[in-house]
Ligand binder design. Sequence first.
Ligand SMILES: Cc1cc2nc3c(=O)[nH]c(=O)nc-3n(C[C@H](O)[C@H](O)[C@H](O)COP(=O)(O)O)c2cc1C
Length: 213
Amino acid sequence: MKVLVVNGSPRRSMNTAQLLEKVAEGAATGGSEVELVHLRDHQFSGCISCFHCKDPQGKSYGRCILKDDLRGVLELAHEADVLVLGTPFYFGTETALMRAFLERLWFQYFLYTLKKPPLSPRKKATALIYTMNVKEEDMAAYGKTAIVEAAKKYMEMLFAPCEVFLCTDTKQVKDYSRYEMDMWDVEAKDKRHKEVFPEDLNKAFELGRKLVA
Ligand SMILES: Cc1cc2nc3c(=O)[nH]c(=O)nc-3n(C[C@H](O)[C@H](O)[C@H](O)COP(=O)(O)O)c2cc1C
């Protein structure tokens, strides 16, 4: 079984990356072939609306024609049996890296017709992982619940049922005292990071195991 895990955080070792590493570890326990891709290591754009992927006579029907670094990642995503995408919230939505990836991943398969199913390989098990500063109970007020639901809807339209994993109230930086960040209760953030984040890491590991089961 092939598992692709995609990190949409520009940081390679912080909250999102750590959770994704645990998902990858969990998925690997079953002997799956697991690859973790950090989008920041790649140079790519979002969808350019060229419509080659929607041209049934063209040679790139159902596949993105752009030849940048994302081509290989999209190929891995196409072939994967399990696809796990992780992103922090940036200004109320996914990071620019993840948005660009999602535009390219989704639009190539998406059809503006109800007469045919989308062009995606629909068998994939998928999961979306979001990390964020806000607390879970404040997500709806900040419009985040709707964003997660929208992404889940597209994943399910194109692939298969999609698990959602939320890691809220994260510790954003190692040392808050270095920066002008006095709006946070640093003690509470530290406490949560010590007590709740390890539980989230365990849950991420279990999610990885579940996705390949
Ligand atoms: C540019 C930027 C914008 C952010 N916007 C939000 C936001 O809108 N809502 C939120 O809850 N957190 C926001 N955050 C905080 C991150 O989502 C949070 O710290 C996340 O866990 C970081 O993930 P990482 O540690 O994997 O990089 C923002 C962080 C940055 C750098």
